[in-house]
Design a protein around this ligand. Structure first.
Ligand code: NAP
Length: 321
């Protein structure tokens, strides 16, 4: 089969022949129709994701839309430790797959399930989120953040404060359900004050940034909060601004701050898969706006390093290569 193949962690994958994986007991070989180039895919291909085992060569790709031998289409999440989904064929564990509803666009599903599931699972599995609460999306201008704004409103948030740097993307979020927006561009201290004023009393923060961005945001929210005993659930999901933070101890004493993460591990694989059908149903119904660009897998090397419009998700199509 042909696949995107990573032979060195510091080079993009190349389109080349690769041995077709053999299904073990309980696995099925599927034809891959579409696979999204998510940040998680990039960090896996760079050997920097926390699940990476350092082995090469590897085929990247963590999920996708595949066609079963009997012709049915499914969305599936690949197991760790098997060749990934950016290939003509991939191994599927039926327990990590859900049928694609009639009329579903494989490109939309492959583009959106990973970014959308981050907030969907966080709000449904990590906190007791109730309709009428308010949410801050930190890093709202990326694919996952943009989805989080829509997901939070869809799940009943009364207020969604969207914070990000890209002015065009930030402005567009008003049409997708953001009730307030805060620019994180420019002077970081001034941005923190803007954030503190706009988002002081939110119930939940969905955080895609971490790093210095989160340090400033946490301090700003706690400083401006009108009732610091009111729970503030801070859900760590991404780290586009850095992998670490310094957390002054007083912040945990001075406010009812509850920090947690959401992702593979903090939610079981079964728990994540259980959320997929309802999310996919909403996607197919057109509840969320998705920005995707389909690219033949044969062009993987160029597309991997090309500058993409912010928040737009590249989706590789193995069979058109
Ligand atoms: N745990 C999970 O289940 C899960 C699932 C999906 C994604 N994620 C993670 O969530 C993060 C975002 O994913 P994505 O799909 O939205 O990625 P994306 O589409 O590539 O968007 C990333 C966004 O991050 C922002 N950004 C980059 N550097 C920044 C900085 N220094 N400070 C503040 N913002 C910065 C950029 O927006 P601006 O330039 O406008 O700031 C950019 O649009 C990634 O870390 C990804 O791995 C986690």
């Amino acid at each position: 089969m042909y696949a995107a193949v990573v032979r060195s962690f510091d080079r993009p994958p190349r389109y080349e022949q690769f041995e077709t994986p053999r299904p073990a007991d309980g696995q099925v070989l599927v034809d891959v129709e579409a696979a999204g180039l998510h940040p998680r895919v990039r960090s896996g291909a760079a050997g920097t994701h926390y699940t990476s085992d350092g082995r090469l060569p590897l085929v990247p790709g963590v999920d996708g839309v595949g066609r079963l031998p009997d012709g049915r289409r499914v969305y599936f999440v690949a197991d760790d430790g098997v060749p990934g989904t950016m290939a003509d064929q991939a191994l599927l564990d039926p327990r990590r797959s859900v049928p694609l509803p009639e009329g579903a666009d494989p490109v939309v599903i492959a583009a959106a399930m990973n970014p959308a599931m981050s907030s969907w699972v966080a709000l449904r599995r990590r906190v007791a989120f109730r309709g009428g609460q308010s949410v801050l999306v930190l890093g709202a201008t990326g694919s996952a953040g943009r989805m989080a704004v829509q997901v939070a409103r869809h799940l009943g948030a009364a207020r969604v404060v969207a914070a990000g740097r890209d002015p065009g993307r930030l402005e567009a979020l008003a049409g997708l359900g953001a009730t307030d927006s805060v620019s994180l561009a420019g002077d970081p201290e001034e941005a923190a004050v803007r954030l503190g004023v706009a988002a002081a009393d939110v119930d939940v923060v969905i955080d895609y940034t971490w790093g210095a961005s989160t340090e400033r945001a946490m301090s700003a929210l706690i400083t401006h909060r009108s009732d610091r005993s009111m729970p503030l659930d801070w859900i760590q999901i991404g780290s586009t601004a850095g992998p670490e933070i310094t957390l002054p101890s007083f912040m945990l004493r001075a406010a009812n701050l509850r920090i947690m993460g959401s992702g593979q591990g903090s939610v079981t694989a079964a728990g994540i898969v259980a959320e997929l059908p309802s999310l996919m149903e909403r996607l197919v119904a057109g509840a969320f706006t998705v920005d995707a660009r389909a690219v033949p897998l044969a062009d993987v090397e160029a597309a991997w390093t090309a500058t993409e419009a912010p928040g737009r998700r590249v989706v590789f199509l193995p069979f058109t290569g």
